[in-house]
Design a protein around this ligand. Sequence first.
Ligand SMILES: [Zn+2]
Length: 335
Amino acid sequence: MKTLICTIPLALFLSCGTVKMKETNLADITPVTEKEKVTPVAISSNEVQFSSSDRIEELMSFLASDDLEGRDSGSEGIEKAANFIENIFKENNVKPYFKIYKDTLSNYNKTSYNVVGVIEGNDPVLKNEVIIIGAHYDHIGHIKAVNGDDIANGANDNASGTSTVLELARYFGNTKTNKRTLIFSLFSAEEKGLLGSKHLSKKLKEENLDLYVMLNFEMVGVPLVNKSYTMYLTGYEESNMAAIANKYAKGKLVGFLPEAKKYNLFKRSDNYPFYSAFNVPSQTFCTFDFTNFNHYHGVDDEVELMDFSFIAGLVNKVIPMVEGITNAPTKEIKF
Ligand SMILES: [Zn+2]
């Protein structure tokens, strides 16, 4: 997420260079004490047992390791992440959407790639309709050192969303239960202004892709606190996506966060370029609510702080949600 609202670079969520929001001083945001942190209960009854905390730890420990040096766009570190993602696609029957998996950005001055894979739908008609499932895998690289540590590892931002998308790709790559075609895209240069998603949305629009919806995952590394739902949806009021998602989750998986509306997060993540280019419901799922994680864009956004079993549980709840949306006879998600 690119710096957004805070005096301290705290770009939220989604790059925002464009809009200077109300200054907020992190010091004003009272960090959540341990006592206040409640373990969220399983809120949606429909979940599969597919992903595990071990698996999530494995993915995130690599993506957010010092070796990848904070995955700045165009860096050696992010190249290792791109190769890692490509291998996971290959191992799980996810084909390259273009000739190769790496989709070189046309709008950034350093060589950078989105990594784009596809699982064709198994229905002769619905396979012509496409759902994009995405997350940005870049972060901000080396920053001002704190106690000798100058790597912004980007565990929550956004190795967590990247791992979620990789687990969904692994599930559908091995079950092929999707009637509509699924494109899995890991975006680069989000922190530079949503450049990866702007590049891809333009390219796919030019080839007249029949995009149904775009589902984006951002900062899902730690649970929300004292909320009656697991993740919030940006642009909640833009469409009925939350209601449809909860229908297939058989519970309140997705909810509305007032701050997400207040800070206009709908326009600050990789969902937005797809909304602009295709004018279809394109929204972001997130669990960062400005109070439950104090290391945004800092050197301490480390894998040790991530809740692996929470993320695995989230993946296991999201799978039936995506399956329901992908296999519905009609495009029921609407503005
Ligand atoms: Zn981010």
